[in-house]
Design a protein around this ligand. Structure first.
Ligand code: ACM
Ligand code: ZN
Length: 620
């Protein structure tokens, strides 16, 4: 009894101690990514505290958005009591009784006034996004430090997205990530208002989803020889009978768990099942789906596989049955409106030699193997349409003809997307020169290994405009948005995946959400200082951006140019030397002779970064 009393006493004392503890802080300005459509600062303060209550209108406290919001606040030791009517010091979540048409179904408004905060939207999605903005108004370390009182500058926000497709692709075939890692990625997406997670589930390097009717896909196709201790591209060949110790796949219940977790965060999960190429994993499991006369022994790959010659036979009816059977199991798992059917990089040498493929081409009166691929994809599309799904395919699906309803994911540049939009197809823009976040983000000498000869800097991503020049207004409406892709050949652990995604995903989020008139590179660069801290507090690994400055020159008279230096990392100090002269600290544009080479060195926090760079001053 004495022991129970003693424990009870300790618990009460603990509760009193914790109720009274926590930091106080004043937040005077906000760094919101993506930048809202309109943010107007006021000049008073609202005190958000453990005493702030919560009021909801036209939405239930058990509806998903409010449940998510309250759970998040509780994790941060704010446990607002729900009140029956608005009162002083209250955080209100309101679904508009009459829709505010400007906001659409994802927009929201926030008013922080002296006496309370109101977040309004037409839908729960809008409330969710309003809450994400509100979270970014709280201290950067809110997820780890206990606060009691946060004095927030009054302001009002009006916000809605520029594009409805704000995607990321996660390649879980080349390297496999567990459910908790995918969930962490989903949280990251949600906090930056991204809404489509494209899971690249099948490829030459592994099949990653449970399919009951074809168990060999998982027993064989999901496993490969482990070469993660060797550089990708320099892997030793597999030994005879060497165990297949690398791999895995998501069980159906794990997929359901991912899809539910994503849905709670307003993210659709789009599965990709590759047709007809990138199929070594299928062909090792079911060699009979290869072309007649193809005597290659296919194995699940563990290093570069180029050119990707493995291809499903386009003349074999049992291949079509297989694909439909697989999709029958995929459809119930993914409520998304779309299924991605791949279609990229299918080398058709085997089809040229295969009597069955050639017989199909002649019996259907097709022109060539490209048209055979189109036939296959359109057959699958019709099948999926009957089951209520639409297809997305990589831009190669245009090559042999495409239906009017297919959505084209443009990756080999913008050209595929432009052609598709001109013919009236919907488009998701994902050109590799802006959107491939598996490419190096800075000088390869200072980065973990990535795709050779690649470079997509933060600045480059920020400059991406998913709507290319040369489209009419009607054609531009077919651009649904864009997507950042993370292929994982060189990314063999989830920490590196984050390192490659960040900070570039933040730039992509602003590209896909914010209107062009509020985008501002230097403001974004400055906001990243705060976001780096916020992300690191949530244990995300944020990559080192490029420390290499670049020069913008403007022609003056007499062979002179005005040189402005710019760079990616806020707070960096750049020293420059013109033609071997003494180094000067850069503090604004300077004049130089055209054709001069300047040398720069970059410092951050007193430490020299990367190496000296030579920049040729062009006359632009
Ligand atoms: C792709 O990068 N092959 C779509
Ligand atoms: Zn064939």
């Amino acid at each position: 009894m004495r022991k129970i009393l003693y424990i009870a006493c300790l618990t009460i004392m603990g509760a009193i101690f914790f109720a009274g503890c926590g930091k106080n802080v004043v937040v005077e300005s906000y760094s919101i990514i993506p930048e809202p459509v309109l943010l107007t600062m006021g000049n008073e303060k609202f005190v958000f505290s453990t005493k702030t209550s919560c009021y909801v209108e036209n939405v239930g406290q058990n509806d998903p958005s409010i449940k998510y919001i309250l759970k998040t606040l509780r994790q941060w030791h704010f446990n607002p009591s729900l009140v029956g009517k608005p009162e002083e010091n209250c955080l209100q979540f309101v679904i508009n009784s009459t829709a505010n048409t400007e906001l659409g179904d994802e927009g929201y408004t926030i008013d922080i006034e002296k006496n309370g905060i109101t977040i309004k939207a037409n839908t729960e999605k809008g409330l969710f996004y309003g809450f994400q903005t509100f979270v970014q108004m709280l201290p950067e370390d809110i997820s780890t430090v206990r606060y009691r009182k946060i004095e927030m500058q009054t302001c009002s926000v009006k916000d809605y997205p520029r594009f409805k497709w704000r995607g990321t692709l996660l390649d879980v075939s080349r390297h496999f990530f567990g459910v908790n890692q995918v969930k962490k990625h989903i949280d990251l997406m949600a906090s930056y208002k991204m809404n489509k997670l494209h899971m690249h589930l099948t490829d030459d390097h592994g099949w990653r989803v449970e399919i009951k009717k074809y168990p060999q896909l998982n027993d064989v196709g999901s496993w490969r020889v482990d070469r993660d201790n060797q550089p990708w591209g320099k892997a030793d060949p597999a030994g005879k009978g060497e165990p297949r110790s690398y791999g895995g796949y998501y069980s159906k219940s794990e997929i359901e768990e991912i899809v539910k977790y994503a849905a709670e965060r307003n993210i659709d999960v789009i599965p990709e099942i590759e047709i007809p190429g990138h199929c070594c994993a299928v062909l090792e499991a079911y060699p009979n789906f290869a072309c007649e006369g193809d005597d290659t022994t296919y194995t699940v790959q563990f290093g570069p596989y180029w050119p990707p010659r493995a291809i499903l036979c386009g003349g074999n009816d049992s291949v079509m049955t297989f694909l439909k059977d697989v999709l029958d199991e995929i459809i119930p798992l993914f409520p998304s409106e779309y299924i991605h059917i791949g279609g990229d990089e299918a080398v058709k040498d085997n089809w040229k030699r295969c009597p069955r493929c050639q017989a199909r081409i002649s019996s259907l009166g097709l022109k060539d193997e490209e048209e055979l691929q189109s036939w296959m994809i359109m057959e699958i599309e019709k099948y999926l349409n009957r089951l209520g799904k639409k297809i997305i395919g990589w831009d190669e699906i245009l090559d042999g003809g495409v239906s009017n309803e297919a959505t084209v994911m443009s990756w080999r540049g913008a050209e595929g997307g432009i052609a598709a939009a001109r013919r009236g197809n919907d488009v998701i823009m994902s050109p590799l020169e802006y959107c491939y976040l598996n490419f190096y983000q800075a000088n390869y000498q200072f980065q973990p290994p990535a795709m050779p000869n690649s470079l997509v800097t933060l600045y480059k991503v920020y400059g991406f405009n998913p709507v290319p020049d040369g489209l009419t207004d009607i054609q531009s409406k077919h651009i649904l948005g864009g997507q950042a892709n993370l292929w994982t050949e060189y990314i063999n652990n989830y920490e590196t995946a984050e390192y490659m995604l960040l900070p570039r995903l933040c730039a992509m989020a602003e590209v896909l959400w914010s209107p062009l008139n509020v985008k501002d590179w230097h403001h974004f660069r400055n906001k990243m200082v705060s976001h780096r801290k916020r992300l690191e507090a949530c244990e995300y690994h944020v990559g080192a951006s490029s420390y290499k400055p670049w020069a913008v020159s403007e022609k003056l008279d007499g062979g002179k140019v005005k040189v402005t230096l710019d760079w990616e990392v806020e707070g960096m100090r750049v020293y420059y030397s013109v033609g071997g002269s003494a180094y000067k600290l850069y503090n604004g544009p300077f004049e130089a002779t055209e054709g001069t080479t300047i040398t720069t060195v970059s410092f951050l926090g007193g430490i020299m970064k990367e190496k000296p760079y030579e920049l040729k001053i062009e006359n632009k």
